[in-house]
Design a protein. Structure first.
Length: 456
């Protein structure tokens, strides 16, 4: 089961910023509510509501106040309570000490449905008043009062709901939208350098040395990780260089004692053991030569030159023909009508083609045809009539020291060297079934003037 992908930095940042902003807004709004700046816990509106419930008419049709529980509680909690209630017929009921400035103002406001009466900022502190026409048990009456009274839980809940709908939610919507937009652009710009480093990291492979991740525009929090990764790449490059030098030195040091051993074996009397030992020495010599060729190709400078693949292949076929004929094969060359040119190291490409021909001689069964073919598209092919290579093993034949048959000749480096040479020339090598059975090895090389960069 594939593990879920980890959340992105942008998603984490957006979630944390949104939660932080919502928490801060709730704390600030809660503090303002608790201090009474957003919601009045006592208000003349509640006094008007209590009076509206209590006003009624007596049997004579006059306005009167019923002793409702809320009115009794209001009189107890607000000892300086005052109010004036009038109807359209001039009937009136009053209670408390009405401020002189409001005593006769009700008559002047008959045509006004509601009003708040107060003073300018800077005036001496005085009692304010609230007037409102309401529908009550006594009919449509005008209530004029001034003192505040504690709001009910119902009114407080409605006030909180109104506050959430009209203030909290719009502010949160604006801040969340702004966070989404700002975070997207900020994270995109901040991580642009990291994306470039990730793209460069994706280009690193085993054949490249000296590649480092760029630190330009990388955030400081991540620069330490990128620097540590670059240091690790440097250590890998140093270790690979030591490994390559060891292989080159070992292969070079083996050549002299192998030559001496071969000379001494040649002087022995003929016997089956002598021939087996000479074959083993020859195998070791081929291994040493291939190791040296591999290290030379990896460490050489730019030796590009224009190469005629047809001429190069013809020379290789001529050189390999005696070996093929002696092993029981018919070898032939199938050239195109004109020359096919690429750019690169001629000796290296000749070595690669020779290795493919030698591979056919060693593994095609000791009979049949070996055909070398070049076409106008830059493809160089070696085709044999042997048993072929199983499809499951084709992906491994170019690995160093891999052999399809463990008891066969060779050390498993010939095809690996072919792959290295072709890749260094910007080409590809592959293995397929032959047109009539057997095996077909194909080197695809860039044509000169089209894609001729020699990689190193």
């Amino acid at each position: 089961m594939t593990p879920p992908a980890p959340p992105t930095l942008k998603r984490r940042l957006i979630r944390q910023l949104v939660l932080l902003q919502v928490a801060i807004q709730l704390v600030v709004i809660g503090a303002l509510v608790a201090s009474g700046h957003l919601i009045d816990f006592s208000s003349p509106e509640n006094t008007v509501e209590i009076l509206q419930e209590a006003v009624a008419r007596d049997t004579a049709g006059k306005l009167t106040m019923r002793p409702t529980p809320r009115l009794i509680a209001l009189r107890r909690t607000v000892p300086h309570l005052w109010f004036s209630i009038r109807d359209h017929q001039g009937g009136q009921v009053m209670e408390g000490q009405i401020p002189p400035e409001f005593a006769r103002i009700g008559d002047a406001l008959d045509a006004v449905r509601q009003a708040r009466l107060g003073w300018n900022v800077g005036d001496p502190p005085r009692q304010a008043a609230r007037m409102r026409w309401v529908d009550s048990a006594a009919g449509d009456v005008q209530i004029l009062t001034g003192p505040d009274s504690p709001v009910t839980w119902r009114n407080l809940g409605l006030a909180l709901l109104l506050l959430v709908l009209e203030l909290v939610l719009p502010i949160m919507a604006i801040t969340v939208t702004a966070t989404l937009l700002a975070t997207h652009f900020v994270v995109k710009r901040t991580l642009s350098g990291l994306n470039a480093a990730a793209a460069r990291a994706g280009q690193i492979d085993a054949d490249q040395r000296g590649v480092r991740l760029p630190l330009t525009d990388v955030p400081g929090e991540v620069a330490t990780l990128v620097s540590a990764f670059n240091d690790a790449l440097q250590r890998l490059d140093d270790g690979h260089a030591r490994h390559e030098r060891f292989l080159a030195d070992a292969a070079h040091e083996l050549r002299t004692p192998l030559a001496i051993l071969n000379t001494r074996l040649e002087n022995l009397p003929n016997s089956p053991d002598k021939h087996r030992l000479l074959a083993d020495v020859a195998r070791l010599s081929v291994l040493a030569s291939q190791l040296l060729d591999l290290q030379r190709m990896k460490g050489q400078g730019d030796r590009r030159q224009r190469i005629d693949l047809v001429e190069m292949a013809r020379d290789v076929v001529a050189d390999m023909a005696p070996l093929a004929l002696a092993a029981g094969y018919e070898i032939s060359f199938d050239p195109p009508a004109s020359s096919v040119e690429t750019e690169g190291d001629r000796d290296a490409l000749a070595r690669a083609l020779s290795n493919l021909v030698q591979n056919a001689i060693d593994h095609a069964g000791g009979h049949g045809d070996v055909v070398v073919r070049v076409d106008a598209a830059g493809r160089v092919e070696v085709i044999d009539d042997g048993p072929g290579i199983p499809a499951a093993q084709r992906a491994h034949v170019f690995k160093p020291f891999y052999r399809v048959h463990a008891t066969g000749p060779g050390a498993g480096l010939g095809l690996s060297l072919v792959r290295e040479i072709v890749h260094l020339h910007g080409g590809e090598v592959s293995v397929h079934d032959g047109p009539e059975g057997g095996t077909l090895f194909r080197m695809r090389l860039p044509l000169a003037g089209v894609s001729s960069s020699l990689q190193h």
